[in-house]
Design a protein around this ligand. Sequence first.
Ligand SMILES: NC(=O)C1=CN([C@@H]2O[C@H](COP(=O)(O)OP(=O)(O)OC[C@H]3O[C@@H](n4cnc5c(N)ncnc54)[C@H](O)[C@@H]3O)[C@@H](O)[C@H]2O)C=CC1
Ligand SMILES: O=C(O)C1=NCCCC1
Length: 311
Amino acid sequence: GRRPVFLSDDVVARLLRYDDLIPRLEAVLGKFSLRDSAAVVQPVRSVMPVVDHNGFLGLMPAYVAYEGILCAKVVAFYSREEGSSLPSTQATVLLFDPEFGNVAAVMDGLDITHKRTAAVSAISAKLLSPAQSDVLCILGSGHQALSHYEVFMQLFSFKEVRVWSRRMEMAKQFAASVQGSVTVCSSVKETVDGADVIVTVTNSSEPVLFGEWVKPGAHVAAVGACRPNWRELDDVLMRDAVIYVDSREAAAVESGDIILSGAKVFAEIGEVLNGTSPALREKTTVFKSLGMGIQDAICAKLVFDKWKSNQ
Ligand SMILES: NC(=O)C1=CN([C@@H]2O[C@H](COP(=O)(O)OP(=O)(O)OC[C@H]3O[C@@H](n4cnc5c(N)ncnc54)[C@H](O)[C@@H]3O)[C@@H](O)[C@H]2O)C=CC1
Ligand SMILES: O=C(O)C1=NCCCC1
């Protein structure tokens, strides 16, 4: 048997759990930040425009040598009209046998993308949010909003959760779809007023979150705006906050919030995990997330190993 298995999104979703994922993501982010190519190899993804359809196709290879994982995710992401029923992101993950180079498993990559992104934001909040964090805000109400809500509810004890979406009925739908209590707000300013942790998970290419509205000392996990000319955060926030990223190389070529504001990157989250850079949680902090192939690789191996052990 060299024939790859195919694992559909529902199978992946059943097997992938945040409590398994988070310690492994912390480990791989730390290893990545050591820039030890004997342990981890991960180039910045290559992204190709799909001009006719207002989208992009990204190729995200990674070799996590210390875990024996060879993996590549192919991810398509599109700017959709508000209210479009078409998905904005689609992803497929290929898990290879690193010795032979054959594909051992092909997995739907959507649940992996939702969960690992949210888990990494939660790791940033563990490290950088104010010691006493009572109010969580989520800007956007799509797939990432939901996975972020789930993992933040699992890991933290916020007293209040607020959500904003450009179309208020979408925010209401989001609030109705989750178990806990969520306050629906009608403006971003109102949503983030006095908030301790703010998650931005929109498809916007213009700033939605402005520094003048953000409480000093708050932590922002900024997940959207993954193109060099797209923004979610304004210049004031980028200037006033201490900026953390997942990968310095990726931030320098992909993050409009960093490139266009001229903000300086203070540290990678992996450097904080390694203890080589401090977690300045008393300051206003932004974690600019772009997503990394190593994160998908860790998920794919976890899922495949669990799937095999159930056979
Ligand atoms: N950093 C990372 O690792 C990853 C980042 N992403 C990015 O996260 C963002 C959210 O992804 P999903 O939740 O999967 O998308 P989605 O399509 O499920 O939800 C997008 C949300 O953005 C809102 N939105 C769209 N245009 C907007 C605008 N101009 N202003 C304000 N809100 C707007 C929509 O109403 C919706 O609530 C996207 O930008 C995506 O590319 C996605 C995967 C990984
Ligand atoms: O890391 C990912 O996966 C993605 N990042 C930004 C765009 C959508 C997918």
